[in-house]
Design a binder for this molecule. Structure first.
Ligand SMILES: NC(=O)c1ccc[n+]([C@@H]2O[C@H](COP(=O)([O-])OP(=O)(O)OC[C@H]3O[C@@H](n4cnc5c(N)ncnc54)[C@H](OP(=O)(O)O)[C@@H]3O)[C@@H](O)[C@H]2O)c1
Ligand SMILES: CC(C)CCC[C@@H](C)[C@H]1CC[C@H]2C3=C(CC[C@]12C)[C@@]1(C)CC[C@H](O)C(C)(C)[C@@H]1CC3
Length: 615
């Protein structure tokens, strides 16, 4: 068995990829198969390095003491020392007086290479999406310091040791600036991509959702909970104090015809997804710098689905069938999701390492849940992207319509209740908004970070359509008359939530797409060592997740039309608060890792996460 040279926790010097600079790093772990060390730089960046790229601290001290090593770096070091009058070099005395480790690093870097910093033009990518179908590309002008300006080698505290916005190169290399700039642009872009999306093996303590026992519980608990909830809601008195009804036997719930209808629905959505209509855009760069292409036709799929549903209604298709077999549909969707998850896991075993999700861990149970492969595709058909917005989200609106029709039939109404109209129109607005702004999905954690496994398959295909339609389902058997003044208040609440939700999401998306957008010129930002900026005023200066706040206010407005007789219709608000608090914590963890000190500065300036003055 090959032995390892460095132990976990050891502080050593790690080479910054692509450069000859070494920085102080801590060894986090070692993968005996790939022979790679996972190391952590002082700014929080975690990378995998080969043993050759790691040096013990002592080897540097030796050279400092005037060893006669003839290594290339050493040679460069002596060259640089001979140029003691270089403007980039501080006087000797200043160098000698430095005692802090940060200073030592800077000195070490100076010995390694005589460097010249050339600010680079970085095309906006990170979370921005570039169009490739003929539309002009925006450049991140706000982020671009003046080109060709030579700056002193000055490593700011915030960027810890190296700001990836700058390139470092030996002065002796006499290459034309233009050539270097274009080469560096490519290198830095690739390096940034790697830095952001590097797949680092996750240690057991880093597993999210309570690790293996947690995800095991979620996978078995959630489907059971879903059926209990639906059964409770069907009861005459859906009080929590009542005993939950017993779960029916599986054979009672399984209906092949229902499953056939579900498959038909799924295939229709696949067909709409494959239609060559709508703009094609590129997603965020993957670990290897590639960008996948996505067709944005979700809104068209929604229009076409509405046309199909409208025609079917006109033809007299019995939509009540969905209501009367609601549990059977939920089971059909769950079975489909389990089969899909098994397929996704099996195919991921053959996927190349670069295609794996940064969230995957190497543990089979955990990876089955979180998803091993980041973007499973069959040809150009992207399974995760498709499932995230189409069958479940559009299905939710169709189920709401089914509930509206069921209410009229069961309660013998000529028109639906005001409560049902409010719930239907609020949630319709939410879904249409998501489909209209489909492009924004490409920058979410689900697409960039999480794999496609049971979590998203179940969330997208079962949880969203069958739980998010819960208020409408509740109103079918538990009517609630809403007065007009009350309805007006609820509408105002919904609109407030929507303005915050849409305002925050649009502001961030517009900023990420083009930080020099004149409409955003009034906003304050802070610079990060990744080269990107963070908004610290406007919606994002109010709380750190204003979009979650808006979403939660809207969630409350969806439940209020159900009245106050039972807590059950408020289940969505409770669950959603838990989901977003947990999601916020996950995002915070990733941002801290990505942006280091800059994120901490942002947290100081904007101390509340979701609820101002509360949390
Ligand atoms: N209905 C549901 O069940 C449900 C579930 C989940 C989410 N959602 C909704 O989906 C939407 C998207 O949510 P999301 O969870 O994907 O997260 P998000 O809040 O849209 O995005 C978080 C990302 O935004 C960037 N960011 C954070 N602070 C910033 C700042 N001050 N300035 C600029 N960029 C900043 C960071 O990424 P970069 O810096 O890399 O750009 C961060 O990782 C939200 O509106 C949410 O409410 C709904
Ligand atoms: C453990 C499980 C119950 C967790 C299930 C989580 C999912 C239900 C959510 C995870 C990501 C969510 C999401 C939306 C819906 C709910 C999820 C699939 C979303 C499609 C809702 C509309 C938004 O506008 C959105 C497109 C930004 C959003 C994307 C994320």
């Amino acid at each position: 068995m090959p032995s390892r040279k460095f132990a976990d926790g050891e502080v050593v010097r790690g080479r910054w990829p692509g450069s000859s600079l070494y920085y102080e790093v801590e060894i986090l772990s070692h993968d005996s198969t790939s022979q790679l060390y996972t190391v952590k730089y002082k700014d929080g960046t975690e990378l995998e390095l080969k043993e050759n790229d790691i040096k013990p601290l002592t080897s540097f001290r030796q050279r400092k003491g005037g060893s006669t090593s003839s290594s290339p770096s050493r040679r460069r070091g002596s060259r640089s020392r001979s140029r003691s009058r270089s403007p980039g070099r501080p006087p000797k005395s200043a160098r000698r007086s430095a005692s802090a480790s940060h200073q030592a690093n800077i000195k070490e870097a100076r010995r390694e290479v005589e460097v010249k910093l050339t600010p680079l033009i970085l095309k906006p990518f990170g979370n921005s999406i570039s169009r490739y179908n003929g539309e002009p590309e925006h450049t991140e002008r706000n982020d671009i310091p003046h080109k060709n300006t030579q700056e002193k080698f000055n490593l700011s505290q915030e960027s810890s040791y190296i700001s990836t916005q700058y390139s470092l190169r030996p002065r002796r290399e006499e290459v034309k600036l233009k050539e270097i700039d274009s080469k560096e642009e490519k290198f830095i872009a690739k390096e940034l991509a790697v830095r952001t999306f590097e797949v680092t093996p996750i240690r057991a303590k880093d597993l999210e959702f309570g690790g293996v026992p947690g995800v095991f519980l979620i996978m078995f608990g959630l489907p059971v909970f879903l059926f209990l909830l639906l059964l409770m809601c069907k009861q005459k008195d859906p009080s929590l104090l009542n005993f939950p009804p017993p779960l029916p036997a599986l054979y009672e719930l399984w209906e092949t015809r229902v499953f056939g209808v579900y498959l038909l629905w799924f295939l229709i959505q696949v067909l709409f997804y494959l239609l060559p209509i709508g703009k094609v855009v590129e997603g965020t760069p993957l670990i290897d710098g590639r960008r996948l292409k996505y067709r944005l036709n979700g809104f068209y799929a929604f229009i076409l689905t509405s046309a199909v549903i409208g025609t079917s209604l006109f033809q007299g298709v019995e939509f009540h069938y969905v209501y009367s077999h609601f549990l059977q549909f939920a089971l059909g969707a769950t079975v489909f999701c389990v089969v899909l998850s098994v397929y996704l896991y099996m195919r991921s075993l053959k996927a190349p390492r670069n295609d794996l999700s940064p969230a995957s861990s190497g543990n089979a149970v955990y990876d089955f849940f979180i998803g091993r492969e980041l973007n499973p595709r069959i040809g150009t058909f992207d399974l995760k992207y498709f499932c995230e917005l189409r069958p479940g989200l559009i299905g939710w609106v169709v189920i709401n319509l089914v509930m509206l029709l069921a209410e009229m039939k069961i309660q013998d109404r000529a028109i639906p209740s005001l409560a049902m109209i409010l719930v239907n129109s609020f949630q319709l607005l939410y879904v249409v908004d998501a489909l209209w702004n489909e492009e924004a999905l490409l920058t979410t954690m689900d697409i960039i970070h999480d794999g496609f496994g049971f979590m998203l398959a179940f969330g997208d295909l079962v949880w969203v359509p069958f739980i998010y339609s819960f208020q409408a389902f509740y109103l079918v058997s538990h009517p609630n008359e809403v007065s007009w003044p009350m309805a007006s208040l609820i509408i105002v609440l919904k609109l407030c939530g929507y303005v915050i939700f849409r305002g925050a999401n649009s502001q961030k998306n517009a900023f990420r797409k083009n930080p020099s957008d004149p409409k955003l010129a009034h906003l304050k930002t802070i610079h990060t060592s990744m080269g990107k900026h963070l908004l610290v005023s406007g919606w994002w200066g109010f709380v750190r997740h204003p979009n979650y706040l808006g979403d939660l206010i809207m969630a409350l407005a969806w439940s209020l039309p159900c009245g106050f007789n039972h807590i059950l219709p408020y289940f969505y608000v409770i669950y959603f608060t838990m989901l977003l608090v947990h999601r916020e914590a996950r995002d915070e963890y990733h941002c801290k890792k990505k942006y280091g000190m800059a994120w901490e500065k942002y947290c100081q300036r904007v101390p509340y996460r979701i609820f101002p003055y509360i949390y």
